[in-house]
Design a binder for this molecule. Structure first.
Ligand code: 13P
Ligand code: SF4
Length: 304
């Protein structure tokens, strides 16, 4: 890593009064230079309470949009404007409106991996770390529509015993993880504990010892007396898992568990974004205020 570019980054982040947030799936170098790393919920909390004037979001568009909705007075920058989430784009506002019209009495819960327009049409937003608790709190006599992730939805359904109307969206990166990958990894590391993200397909989740969000995986690995772990989620998280737990071993379940959009952010792009104050992400009214309501309800359900 060039010392010059790092120096430039340090002086720019000071000059702009910027905070750099990085998701756990970001390239290791980006996680290392960030002020905060975390899962979707943790980063939303940081975005909502930061005193900085500029938020550089090292992640994908829906995350930067979430920050812009929560902190409209700040400048939110996404270093690579094409970094999107294919799952978030699997449902649009028109499709959700149509689904709602078929179930007019249902409450709508959307995964944070969704567009601002979809959040604006939802009653609640959730992340993988608080979805179960949030759904548990919903009135038992109401139907629930859950969008867009059918895998997280089925996980929440299993955990809460609530039947939900699921949208058939999914994460293409997690969908690449197959039961045969888990089997192979367990054959190679028979004593390892398998941690799977709820975005994984049900057949894979069934083989896991624990089903956890990325933030929960970090906490679990730190506390667990086990020393070997097979990680069934995007490989970026192995960087921090290894860094935080030097005495333990972590194996990615599959070489294909890579999100190409998360890997579009580079150190150079972070520096350029601060230099040029690009690429700004904002959410216009009335969508922002409506989406904010669902996000505020998400932030009310924080893990203890
Ligand atoms: P979490 O970090 O909240 O578990 O989210 C996973 C994810 O897919 C983000 O895109
Ligand atoms: Fe979207 Fe999956 Fe990439 Fe997360 S890992 S940003 S859900 S495509």
């Amino acid at each position: 890593m060039g010392a010059d570019i790092l120096q430039k980054l340090q002086s720019l982040r000071k000059q702009r009064n910027a905070v750099i947030l990085a998701h756990n799936y970001q390239p290791g170098l980006i996680q290392d230079i960030a002020d905060f790393t975390g899962d979707s919920l943790g980063l939303s909390v940081q975005a909502s309470k930061t005193m900085a004037e500029v938020i550089v979001f090292c992640g994908v568009r829906f995350m930067a949009e979430t920050a812009a909705i929560l902190s409209p007075q700040k400048t939110v920058l996404l270093p690579e404007p094409s970094a999107g989430c294919p799952m978030a784009d699997m449902i649009d506002a028109g499709q959700l409106a149509e689904l709602k019209s078929k179930h007019p009495d249902a409450l709508v819960v959307c995964y944070v991996n969704s567009t601002a327009e979809v959040k604006a049409l939802s009653d609640y937003c959730c992340t993988s770390s608080n979805a179960v608790e949030l759904v548990r709190r919903l009135p038992a006599n109401r139907q629930i529509i859950f969008v867009p992730d059918k895998n997280l939805g089925s996980y929440v359904s299993q955990q809460t015993g609530r039947e939900m109307i699921l949208w058939p969206g999914y994460c293409p990166t997690h969908a690449r993880i197959m039961p045969a990958d888990v089997q192979k990894a367990l054959h190679e590391h028979p004593d390892a504990i398998v941690l799977a993200h709820p975005e994984c397909r049900p057949e894979v989740r069934k083989m896991a010892h624990q089903q956890l969000s990325t933030g929960q995986m970090l906490k679990f690995a730190a506390k667990s007396p086990a020393t070997e772990f097979i990680i069934a989620t995007e490989e970026g998280i192995l960087h921090t898992l290894k860094k935080n737990n030097p005495g333990k071993r972590f194996y990615t379940v599959s070489a294909h568990a890579v999100c190409p959009n998360m890997k579009k952010i580079s150190l150079e792009k972070v520096v350029w974004s601060l230099e040029d104050m690009q690429h700004r992400v904002s959410v216009e009214e009335p969508v922002r205020t409506r989406a904010r309501r669902a996000l505020d309800r998400m932030l009310e359900v924080l893990p203890s």
